[in-house]
Write a protein that binds this ligand. Structure first.
Ligand code: PGA
Length: 257
C-alpha cells in the first residue's frame, strides 16, 4: 500500500502574524527558484491568530493549513477555546490533537483527546492524533501499553471510514525538542505496532491506508534516513519547521523516500 507522505510544520507558540508572512514569503521564493517536490503533502500549523496570515501568505502554494488544538464543543461558555467549525471557517483542514505538550504541560486526558478527535471529524477536519511514551515509560518497558491506550482512547468516539479521515503521529516525548531523535529500530517498531492496533480497532482495510507520521527532533539531516523506514509516512516537525529552507529540505527528503 503506498501512502503519500505528509510533512506538517508545527509552529507551536512561535511566529507572530508578521513572522508567518515572512515565513511564507521565504517559502514562496524557494518554490519560485525551484519547484516544490512532488509526491509529498505539505502543511503548517500556525498559532490561531496567525492562521489567516499563513493562509494568505501561502496562497497559491500547495500548503495545507493545520491547527494545533481545538475544543470538542461547537459553541458555548468555554472561555479561551476554539471550535472545529471556527477552524474550518478559517481555512483549516487538519487539526493536531493530543500533542504531548497538550497532554503533559496542559494536563489533557485521553478522554478529552477522544472528544476532540470526534469533534474534528464531525466538522470535516482531519485529526492528527499524537501518541508517545515518556522516557520513564520506555525504560520501564511500557511503550506499547502506553501508545496502545492513547490510540484506542483517542479513537473511542469516532469511526473513520477511510485512510483520508485520520492521521496518526508517533512522537516519543523524550525526542521532542531535545535533539535526541528516536533510533530507526524504535521508530519502525512503534509504527508497526500502532498499525497493528489500528487494524484491530478500525474498519477492515483502513489500517494500511492511514498515514503514521514520526515526530521528535526531525531535521534536514535525519529526515532521509527516517523516511526510508517502510512504516514512516511523513513527519510532524517542530523546531526545524521554523526555518523555511530547512523545512524545504525535509520535504525533499520525504518526497525522495
Ligand atoms: P520538534 O517537535 O521537532 O521540535 O522535536 C516536534 C513536535 O512537537 O511535533
Amino acid at each position: 500500500m503506498s501512502r503519500t507522505p505528509l510533512v506538517l510544520g508545527n509552529w507551536k507558540l512561535n511566529l507572530t502574524r508578521a513572522g508567518a508572512r515572512t515565513w511564507c514569503a521565504s517559502f514562496r521564493a524557494l518554490a519560485e527558484a525551484e519547484p516544490l517536490p512532488r509526491g509529498v503533502a505539505i502543511g503548517v500549523a500556525p498559532t490561531f491568530t496567525s492562521l489567516d496570515a499563513a493562509r494568505e501568505g501561502c496562497a497559491g502554494l500547495p500548503v495545507l493549513l493545520g491547527a494545533q488544538n481545538l475544543h470538542w464543543e461547537p459553541s458555548g461558555a468555554f472561555t479561551g477555546e476554539i471550535s472545529a467549525e471556527m477552524l474550518r471557517e478559517a481555512g483549516v483542514t487538519h487539526a493536531i490533537v493530543g500533542h504531548s505538550e497538550r497532554r503533559h504541560v496542559f494536563g489533557e486526558s485521553d478522554e478529552r483527546i477522544g472528544r476532540k478527535v470526534a469533534a474534528a471529524r464531525e466538522a470535516g477536519l482531519v485529526p492528527i492524533l499524537c501518541v508517545g511514551e515518556t522516557e520513564d515509560e520506555r525504560e520501564a518497558g511500557r511503550t506499547e501499553e502506553v501508545i496502545e491506550a492513547q490510540l484506542r482512547r483517542g479513537l473511542a468516539r469516532t469511526a473513520p471510514r477511510s485512510g483520508a479521515e485520520l492521521v496518526l503521529a508517533y512522537e516519543p516525548v523524550w525526542a521532542i525538542g531535545t535533539g535526541k531523535v528516536a533510533l530507526p529500530g524504535q521508530v519502525e517498531e512503534a509504527h508497526g505496532f500502532l498499525r497493528s492496533v489500528l487494524a484491530a480497532a478500525t474498519a477492515p482495510g483502513l489500517a494500511s491506508e492511514v498515514r503514521i507520521l514520526y515526530g521528535g527532533s526531525v531535521n534536514a539531516g535525519n529526515a532521509a534516513g527516517l523516511i526510508r523506514l517502510p512504516e514512516v509516512d511523513g513527519f510532524l516537525v517542530g523546531g526545524a519547521s521554523l526555518d523555511p529552507a530547512g523545512f524545504r529540505r525535509i520535504l525533499e527528503a520525504a518526497a525522495a523516500g
